[in-house]
Design a protein around this ligand. Structure first.
Ligand SMILES: Nc1ncnc2c1ncn2[C@@H]1O[C@H](COP(=O)(O)OP(=O)(O)OP(=O)(O)O)[C@@H](O)[C@H]1O
Ligand SMILES: [Mg+2]
Length: 273
């Protein structure tokens, strides 16, 4: 069955403040969507809420994956069902190498842990819960090559001292390994130089296909020259206020957000809630 992510009248509160105010969006496997919107309009908040970050409290509406609400599920279970988020600001984890992190994530998402437990092996052998090392290394090497990443990178601690562009590549490597059904890329283009942008976009394009739907959050039309969306949405003040095709991104590039605010913004004196 092809995956479908449905966001229905979603309301999300962060630190007691309502950030998403009735957001609607549908992303299906095989589709490429771009989400644009001014700083602070709540794009990353949407991304975190979709993945189930505990600080982002859903106070209304629903998130459905394949017709089933995922609001009650933790981030790991959402990942197992095929959701993936590439972070705008990836966190460093000193002490955990990129390779170990990836092996653990892949093993969890592909169900190695459950199988080892079901077989009663989980505690017997170290590594029984993990994808076999040889298989994992082979796959990781292939995917690093796809992203023009130096293999030595895998031994470094996750994001520790990585440059901005290296962090973004590591996120896409993670996506390549996890093979999600629906991927959310939060400003994957920020901090990339022109060559890196092309490499990362090529990597993403190779993963996009009937098997993957993607929501690309970006400020710049430039990325959309490489990753071509069928749908472009504009988010303003916690809602998607208009949607269209690629021409919408070109219009934003040319005219900025003033016309969006004029047409869809809240009247300054709106009261109540
Ligand atoms: N953990 C938090 N604590 C307090 N406020 C938060 C938190 N996370 C988000 N916000 C607030 O929510 C609003 C939306 O932020 P968000 O990061 O979702 O915007 P964005 O559309 O992704 O912006 P940008 O384009 O700059 O990445 C902002 O006003 C932000 O300060
Ligand atoms: Mg953001």
């Amino acid at each position: 069955m092809s995956a479908e992510l449905v966001v229905k009248d979603l309301h999300v509160t962060v630190e007691g403040k309502e950030i998403l105010k009735g957001l609607n969006l549908v992303v299906r496997q095989g589709e490429t969507h771009a989400l644009m919107g001014p700083n602070g309009s709540g794009k990353s908040t949407l991304a975190y809420a979709l993945m189930g970050h505990p600080n982002y409290v859903v106070t209304g509406g629903d998130i459905l994956l394949d017709g089933e609400s995922i609001l009650g599920l933790g981030p790991d279970e959402r990942a197992r069902r095929g959701l993936f988020l590439a972070f705008q600001y990836p966190t460093a984890i000193p002490g955990v190498s990129l390779a170990n992190f990836l092996r653990s994530a892949v093993s969890s998402v592909r169900g190695y842990k459950e199988r080892a437990r079901a077989d009663g092996n989980a505690d017997l052998t170290i590594g029984a819960e993990l994808m076999p090392m040889r298989e994992f290394r082979k796959e990781m090497a292939e995917k690093m090559a796809l992203l023009n990443m130096d293999p030595a990178f895998a031994r470094r601690y996750l994001n520790d001292g990585f440059s901005g562009g290296e962090k973004k590549r590591a996120e896409i490597l993670q996506m390549a390994m996890l093979m999600p059904r629906i991927a959310i890329l939060d400003e994957t283009d920020s901090g990339l130089d022109i060559d890196a942008l092309r490499v990362v976009a090529d990597g993403v394009n190779r993963l996009i296909g009937p098997q993957m739907g993607v929501l690309v959050i970006t400020h710049y039309q430039r990325l959309l020259n490489y990753i071509k969306p069928q749908f472009v949405h504009i988010q303003l003040d916690g809602r998607i206020v208009t949607s269209g095709g690629p021409e919408l991104a070109l219009l934003l590039e040319e005219k900025g957000y003033d016309w969006v605010r004029a047409q869809y913004g809240e009247p300054a004196l709106a009261s109540g809630g």
